[in-house]
Design a protein around this ligand. Structure first.
Ligand SMILES: Cc1ncc(COP(=O)(O)O)c(C=O)c1O
Length: 413
């Protein structure tokens, strides 16, 4: 009973629960995991050491854990049609690290989308391990359309002859053509790594094309659109299975978090149910509805809209920076994150945009009608960002809206 044994922590936890329940949650990489997923994540598997893999562990007492991890592996393979799955990575970053470690040598050329245009830190930030250990070759979005420019990616690949090309982003609101990436990778003999962290839930639910037929290796977090526990997986062709497994253990990690692996197994089972396709399709419908309502209100979206779960709003036409917009929305109970826009004159700490995503609101049952209302609330805040009164009015409306879509009502007390 944390409430009795550690009331200080419990009070803060309750406040966070109220924030998650009462706020309008638009962070594109967040979601509401099911109570089953959270129960597994916080369960007794926390106690077990299981270094190694099912059937080959360094500790005794793993007979049940072995079966749980095997089920997680089989479900992950089935969900994405992959030949091999490693379900042990502690996070998306360690999954990427392991994939590079397995398939590249130090100093090899690694080609990914420039970070200020949507790539992830692990795709080449100079102070990240990726930027330190590999020679990063950035590719860019088309300067006019801000879409992936496959011709230019092919040209850069031809010039630079990278060992690996990454497709998959932290911020890209359009469909990725994995077949085109495969062709480019083949033309220069590069490996194709798809980092599907953001869109894994859409892929599992059939709302985005699946990279499995094209990629050598796929990495993914499990806590974003996929709606599982925090952590990650690596999927690959069978030919890379040994290298990938060795890169995770003993290459990078010790004991796997079997509690999180059990929670991943539970989440994969949820994602294998037919209702998950409805959820994935609704995420995209909601994103399109939010994007078009915001556009109707005169707000500017990079690429003009979205095909997936997220969108990038350029807030300069409201006289705001991304940081100011994020803070103003936070003050009105609407949570999102500041984000650079293409050719952003501001630093990554300030930015000119905000990233909005619909997975969490979709999980709590909201549909296109609610997206219309939320677009108006966002517009009200951005128009009156310095008015405490306006923000407090929007906050009341936000609370009234989220109260109609309770998410953890059975867990509250
Ligand atoms: C595309 C992509 N890859 C990898 C990661 C890293 O995941 P984690 O935060 O679990 O290390 C993220 C997280 O935001 C991401 O967006």
């Amino acid at each position: 009973m944390i409430s009795e044994n550690d009331p200080k922590i419990w009070e803060l936890y309750k406040k966070e629960m109220a924030r998650q329940e009462g706020g309008i949650q638009l962070i594109a990489s967040e979601n509401y995991a099911s109570p089953d997923v959270m129960a597994a994540s916080g369960g007794i598997l926390t106690n077990k050491y299981s270094e190694g893999y099912p059937g080959k562990r360094y500790y005794g007492g793993n007979e049940f854990v072995d079966s749980i991890e095997t089920i997680a592996i089989e479900r992950a393979k089935k969900l994405f049609g992959a030949e091999h799955a490693n379900v042990q990575p502690h996070s998306g970053s360690s999954a990427n690290m392991a994939a590079y470690y397995a398939l590249l040598e130090r100093g090899d050329k690694l080609m990914g989308l420039s970070l200020d245009e949507g790539g992830h830190l692990t795709h080449g930030l100079p102070v990240n391990f990726s930027g330190k250990y590999y020679e990063i070759i950035p590719y860019h979005l088309n300067a006019q359309t801000h879409l992936l420019d496959y011709d230019s990616i092919a040209e850069i690949a031809d010039e630079q002859q990278p060992k690996m090309i990454i497709a998959g982003y932290t911020m890209y609101s359009r469909t990725i053509d994995f077949a085109k990436f495969r062709k480019i990778a083949d033309s220069v003999g590069a490996k194709l790594l798809v980092d599907m962290s953001h869109i894994a839930g859409l892929i599992a639910g059939g709302a985005h094309p699946n990279p499995a037929p094209y990629a050598d290796v796929i990495t993914s977090t499990t806590h974003k659109t996929l709606r599982g526990p925090r952590g990650a997986i690596i999927l690959s062709q069978e030919q890379y299975a040994k290298q990938i497994d060795r890169a995770i253990f003993p290459g990078l990690q010790g004991g796997p978090f079997e509690n999180q692996i059990m929670a991943r197994a539970v989440a994969f089972n949820e994602a294998l149910q037919p209702s998950f396709s409805d959820y994935a399709a609704q995420i995209v419908k909601n994103a399109k509805a939010l994007a078009s309502a915001l556009t109707d209100l005169g707000l500017v979206l990079v690429t003009g809209g979205t095909d997936n779960h997220l969108m990038l709003l350029d807030v300069r036409n409201r006289g705001l920076t991304g940081k100011e917009a994020q803070l103003a929305l936070d003050g009105a109970g609407i949570t999102c994150n500041k984000n650079t826009v293409p050719n952003d004159p501001q630093s990554p700490f300030i930015t000119s945009g905000i990233r909005l995503g619909t997975p969490a609101l979709t999980t709590r049952g909201m549909k296109e009608g609610e997206m219309q209302k939320i677009a108006h609330l966002i517009d009200d805040v951005l128009k009156n960002s310095t008015s405490a009164e306006a923000k407090s009015k929007v906050k009341k409306e936000a609370l009234a809206l989220t109260a109609q879509f309770p998410i953890y009502k059975n867990l509250r007390d």
